[in-house]
Design a protein around this ligand. Structure first.
Ligand SMILES: NC(=O)c1ccc[n+]([C@@H]2O[C@H](COP(=O)([O-])OP(=O)(O)OC[C@H]3O[C@@H](n4cnc5c(N)ncnc54)[C@H](O)[C@@H]3O)[C@@H](O)[C@H]2O)c1
Length: 448
C-alpha cells in the first residue's frame, strides 16, 4: 500500500491503535484452534531462540519467567561461542532479571546438543521444533527469519528494528499480512507499547488536542566495538562487529533511535510522508567503526504537516538524553517525565513512577498468556515494519542530504544485503587498502 493510501485509512488506523491491535494492547481475542497455538501434549509452549546474544538471552529468560508452562527447546546462533555463553547463562543457578531479582529458569531449558544449531542456516532447523520463535539476531536477518517463522505457522517475539533496508521492510509487511490471516500472535520489542507510563499517557493523549510537533532524542555515548581478530574472514568480522555495518544494523538511527521515532508515530497514529536532515561522523571514525554515522538530525513531516524533529548521537562526553516530547494544540506530553501539561504549563496528569513495570517482561507475560489461552491478540509486525521504515527514511535523508519521500523510499526496492550468506562470501561493503570503509557523503550519496 502506498503511504497516501495508508493515510486515507488513518481514521480506521487511529481506532485500531486506540484499541491496541497494532500497539500491543488488548484487542478482541478470537480463540484459536489448539493445533494453531501450541503443540505440547502436556500444554507446554515450546520456544526456539534464534540469535543467542545479549537480548536473546534476556528475551528467552523473560519467556521462561512468563508464568505459563514454557520450555526453551532449541537454540540457533551464527557462532558457537555465543550460543554456549547464552546456554550457560540460562542454565546457571541464578540469573538476574531487569529488576535485578535473582531467578532460576534452568529447569525449563531443555536444549540438548542435537537441538543447538550453529551457522547461517540454524534458524531453518530450530524453527520447526517450537511453537513460538524468538528472533533476536542483528536486524538485517529479521525479514528472512520472520518470513520463515510465519511460513511455518509460528507465533513470534521479534526484536526491533525489523529490517535494515526498504526491501526488508516490504518482506516483513508481506509476512505480517500472512501472520494476520493465520492469526499468529506477533510481538515486536518496541517495549514502550508495553510500558505502563507510555500506556497511561497514550490513553490521555486527547488532553493535548492535535499533535502539531514532536521531538525525539537518543543521545548517549554509543555502544560496543568488537575489533577485528586475526584469521577472521571479512564476513566473520562484520558479523561479529555488526553494529557498524548497515546491511546488519541499519545505522544507530535505526538500531536504537527507532524506539523514540516509533513512540511519536504511535501517538501520531501514522507515519511521516517525507524526511530531510543532516548527519555525519565527527568522533567515531576508526577502522572498526565501519560505515555508520555518529550523529543524525532529521525533520520528519507527517501527512497533516506536523513535524517530528529527531536527533540521535553516539558521542562520549556530550549531553545524554533518550526521550520524546509531543506538542499539541492544547498542551504537551513529556514521555520521559510521564507528564501532561496544558499550553501554559499547568499539570494535567502525572504518572506515578511507583506503578512503572518492566516492559521487557510484560511483552512476554502478555504474549504467552494469550498463546496459552488460545487467543489472537498481538499483531505488532506491521507497525514494527513501518516504524523501521521511518528510521531508514531518516538514514536515507541524512546520508543523501536530500528530501526523501516515503512512497518512493519504501517502493525503491533498495536491498543492501549480500547475495550469499557464507563465511567466505564477500559482504556488500568492503574496506579499502588501508582498512577503512566507504562512508556516505551528503550531496554525493544517493539513497542507500
Ligand atoms: N528492545 C530493546 O530495548 C533492545 C535492547 C537490546 C537489543 N535489542 C535488539 O536485539 C537485537 C540483538 O541485539 P543484541 O544486543 O542481543 O546483539 P548481540 O550481538 O549481543 O546478539 C546478536 C546475536 O545474534 C547472532 N547472530 C547474528 N547473525 C545470526 C544469524 N544469521 N543467525 C543466528 N544468529 C545470528 C550473533 O552471533 C549474536 O549472538 C538487535 O536487533 C537489537 O536492536 C533490543
Amino acid at each position: 500500500m502506498t503511504n497516501e493510501a495508508f493515510h486515507k485509512k488513518s481514521s480506521r488506523r487511529a481506532f485500531m491503535l486506540n484499541s491496541g491491535i497494532l500497539a500491543g494492547g488488548a484487542m478482541a481475542a478470537p480463540l484459536l484452534s489448539k493445533a494453531n497455538y501450541f503443540s505440547g501434549a502436556d500444554g507446554t509452549i515450546k520456544v526456539a531462540l534464534v540469535g543467542c546474544g545479549g537480548r536473546g538471552t534476556g528475551a528467552a529468560m523473560q519467556a521462561l519467567l512468563s508464568k505459563q508452562n514454557v520450555k526453551l527447546v532449541a537454540m540457533a546462533d551464527a557462532f558457537r561461542d555465543r550460543l554456549d555463553e547464552c546456554y550457560k547463562t540460562l542454565t546457571a543457578d541464578d540469573i538476574s532479571d531487569y529488576s535485578s531479582t535473582v531467578k532460576n529458569v534452568k529447569a525449563n531449558v531443555d536444549v540438548p546438543e542435537e537441538r543447538k544449531f550453529v551457522g547461517f542456516d540454524g534458524y531453518l532447523k530450530a524453527i520447526p521444533l517450537a511453537d513460538v520463535i524468538i528472533l533476536t539476531t542483528p536486524p538485517g536477518f529479521r525479514p528472512i527469519h520472520f518470513e520463515e517463522a510465519i511460513k511455518q505457522d509460528k507465533h513470534v517475539f521479534m526484536e526491533k528494528p525489523v529490517a535494515t533496508d526498504p526491501a526488508g521492510v516490504q518482506r516483513v509487511l508481506a509476512a505480517a499480512a500472512i501472520a494476520k490471516q493465520k492469526k499468529l500472535n506477533v510481538v515486536v520489542g518496541l517495549q514502550r507499547h508495553y510500558q505502563n507510563s507510555y500506556r497511561e499517557l497514550y490513553k490521555r493523549k486527547n488532553l493535548i488536542g492535535d499533535i502539531i510537533s514532536a521531538q525525539a532524542w537518543w543521545n548517549n555515548d554509543g555502544v560496543w566495538v568488537r575489533p577485528r581478530q586475526a584469521g577472521q574472514t571479512e564476513m566473520e568480522y562484520q558479523m561479529r562487529n555488526w553494529y557498524y555495518f548497515n546491511w546488519l544494523c541499519g545505522d544507530h538511527i535505526n538500531e536504537q533511535h527507532i524506539h523514540n521515532i516509533d513512540a511519536v508515530n504511535w501517538f501520531k497514529g501514522g507515519y511521516p510522508v517525507k524526511a530531510q536532515g543532516q548527519g555525519g561522523r565527527q568522533v567515531r571514525k576508526g577502522k572498526d567503526n565501519g560505515e555508520i554515522f555518529d550523529h543524525h538530525f532529521v525533520e520528519f513531516t507527517y501527512a497533516d504537516g506536523s513535524i517530528l524533529n529527531s536527533q540521535c548521537r553516539h558521542i562520549p562526553g556530550t549531553m545524554s538524553r533518550v526521550d520524546e516530547l509531543l506538542v499539541g494544540t492544547k498542551g504537551k506530553i513529556h514521555c520521559g517525565a510521564g507528564s501532561i501539561s496544558d499550553a501554559k504549563g499547568k499539570s494535567l496528569y502525572q504518572f506515578d513512577s511507583k506503578l512503572e513495570n518492566n516492559p521487557y517482561q510484560t511483552e512476554h507475560d502478555e504474549l504467552f498468556a494469550a498463546i496459552a489461552k488460545g487467543e489472537y491478540k498481538f499483531a505488532d509486525a506491521e507497525n514494527g515494519a513501518r516504524s523501521t521504515m521511518t528510521s531508514i527514511l531518516g538514514r536515507m535523508a541524512t546520508y543523501s542530504g536530500q528530501i526523501v519521500e516515503w512512497d518512493k523510499a519504501i517502493n525503491s526496492g533498495i536491498d543492501i544485503h549480500p547475495k550469499v550468506y557464507a563465511w567466505d562470501a564477500p559482504p556488500p561493503i568492503l574496506p579499502n587498502a588501508d582498512g577503512f570503509y566507504p562512508v556516505a557523503v551528503p550531496g554525493v550519496t544517493k539513497y542507500v
